[in-house]
Unconditional design. Sequence first.
Lengths: 192, 192
Amino acid sequence: MENDTAERILDSAHKLIAERGYAAFSYADIADVVKIRKASIHYHFASKEALVTAVLKRHRTRVNAGIETLTTQIPDPFARLAAYMNYWEGCIRKKTEPICIAALLGAELPTLPDEVKVEVKRHFQDLRGWFRETLEAGVEAGVIHLNLPATVEAESLLALVHGAMISARAYDSTKVFALITEGALKRFSTAT
Amino acid sequence: MENDTAERILDSAHKLIAERGYAAFSYADIADVVKIRKASIHYHFASKEALVTAVLKRHRTRVNAGIETLTTQIPDPFARLAAYMNYWEGCIRKKTEPICIAALLGAELPTLPDEVKVEVKRHFQDLRGWFRETLEAGVEAGVIHLNLPATVEAESLLALVHGAMISARAYDSTKVFALITEGALKRFSTAT
DNA sequence: GTCTATAGCCCGATAGAC
DNA sequence: GTCTATCGGGCTATAGAC
């Protein structure tokens, strides 16, 4: 298939962004990995802004598909949140995606081109929305207990997960991520 | 005083790092602000690595002095934590320091020179340690209630604060930071 | 201490051959 | 679609005058 190269460019760009952020990765880095010349990348993605926007659009589509799948396949809202945390714990442990690129780019927001900014903000909104719905469903099902309004708990959970990713990177410790997220789930749990 | 220039370089570097991260700020940016030529910065700080390390060392010294002052001046451990959160809320609102540079650099850790990495990690350790001590003192004084071991709660609080800074940046909303941190304090509170 | 000038390198992006 | 070659500019850092 012809668009295989574009996919491979997106794959390596995604990895490089997760490792270094926006400013510190270059077309030359991608060219090294994909075994193509720098100039050829411009055939598939006209500019760095367009490339990173495409990476984020794909990421958001995948994440939204993933949480949709969780929602249909796991009836228990509490277990759904646990599955989400477990997914990221695996990404961090295997270093396939050591940090959510939206979290890293969110921290770097002022330096980003406008199109990229918009995409990052959308990711925050999507995830916060899913957390809220899931928490509310859990309350209704009696498996989740909240101390604060669901909107605040969702916002806090999003911040906690992003912060946990940064701590995991700072300590180079997957265990820290697991410790923090398991702690959060324990607080939500109605089980003894 | 002669070292005034060095201080002004540190000030503008600190602001620029908070705005852009490590890779995306340059000597030229500092030169613009301090009204000095790029080359002159090298007289005060031999390299970018040395400059950023100096910024972080000063930051850590100030933060540690600040929390020391809080500890001696505010007897109530719960109120100490509230004062800490309130301090950052002010920084974000006035945009004097819209995000903790250690949190941003923690996210970018793999790209940083070794000396800078070390300094970032130290900041995480210092703050985590103060959170733990303060939480434990609060439990002993009966003003703080914990659901989990103090080490886990401290680690989680550190992650929550860092994540809240990123969310505040992503939404361009000081209110989000306040909402998240106040929520965390409410959970710790033993007051009705 | 600050300046001018510049070395040496990397960047994103474009032109045009194949 | 991928290549070579190159442009124009930014970067950190150094040399040496003042």
